[in-house]
Design a protein. Sequence first.
Length: 537
Amino acid sequence: MDTHLSTVVESVADAVGDQIAVIQGERRVTWTDFDDHAARFAGALAEAGLTTGSKVAQYLYNCPEYLEAYVGSLKVRGVPVNVNFRYLDDELVYLLADSEAEALVFHSSLGDRVERIMERAPGVKLWVEVDDGGDHVDGAVRYTDLLVASEPAPRQARDPGDLTLFYTGGTTGMPKGVMGKVGSGVETLMVTAPPLLGLPAPADPEDLAPLAARLATEGQRVSSIPACPLMHGTGLSIGALPALIFGGQVVLLEGRGLDPDEVWSTVECEAVNNMTIVGDAFSRPLLRALDDGPAYDTSSLRLVLSAGAMFSTETKQGLIRHIPELVIVDIIAATEGLMGLSIATKDAPAVTGRFMPAAGVKVFTDDGREVVAGSGEAGVVAVSGGVPDGYYRDEMKSAATFREVDGVRYSFPGDWATVEADGAITLLGRGSQCINTGGEKVFPEEVEEAVKRHPAVEDCLVFGVPDERFGQRIVGVASVRSDAPAGPDEVLAEVREHLAGYKVPRELLLVAEVPRIASGKADYPRAKEMFDLTGDA
């Protein structure tokens, strides 16, 4: 059997067909139905003329249909394409054109945007609408009607080298489609997921279905909540796909924003054993709910995985205080590659921003020298394992990010770090957000973490604004707890206790909510707009 994800899913469905594959509220989708829905969706794509390499864009909130359409696209050797559900008309048109999408699956509540751009997307052959209460869009076919009308696509041999295309969040420019291979993703999960999930490592893909059957018989199935959106790499690749390839169940939340009570109630109700989040943007509200809310039964939860944003030591320790057996895995990664991870338990607390590098990861200076461990010198993190093929239809950006050093091909996602004497790397931040103030380089993440150490602060983003004297001066926006208010001066006074003076923000604007994109990543452009509107910049 090959390592193509859709082929793996078919074998697992044959082994554990009566088990539940996807849960959302009262909805329960068995493995048999999940595979059948995906096959029928694949049949509809083929009927519409889509085939190997055809792009299928998914403009959806979290729902079972997201995963069905994802796997169904792969069944016909098509290419699923993630679309941020916050995108408006022009952004949607851009992504459909850039990806060369031939089909779009969308929630009806987003239908007004879709309807406005249909004539601007002539390459799209099939418009598929998932009903969530919005008005029907003329020219689109309802997802449920499509499945009823379509015959399941026949199973076929597939090439693990088939294209994958995952669009970055676009926080540093327009989104870029990162190209990879379907089989490589499965192979990576087969190696990396079992130690974290407490499962035996399968030697080859043929082992996955028997393992799934055994886990079901023993009552040891993976039950995973991706608390973040599936359209973000963390939610799909870390939160959902490991559960699927090992025959577990993906538990999706019904809310479309983070509701800590819903999260913990669902953990309790569905006996969830692992959860995927995005750093402090998720963990802080979740911890506050445990501190201040009713008592939840969290005894089933054994693992929290996080990627995509800073995850502070204090918050990790707080979660472990409530769930003593919890293991927290903080992953430093980008769509362009895995850089490292940090593991925290009650007996081994982790240091914020400090990670053990993944195999083949190095740190290089601007002039191409490898950073010496313990030197204190900063450089750019480079990944050599599982490096993507490049950016879709963008040779210039591909050449800048994916390049060779001493004959080895690396990915340079843009993160800066130092290398400690023991080989660990301390993340400084994304180079594109680095602030140059009076010749000193300041990484926002370090300052944000210091601001969030104040007990009243919930969230914070720090950035540079033009300054006549220093080139840039450091400012920020922050939100504080309503039950523990604090003013900017009080917060900054504590920051001065932890950072050199030139790193301390000159101004701190308190806002109701710090802006973040749906994935939980920082929305620096919006934060700067909020600051500019005060007239202080």
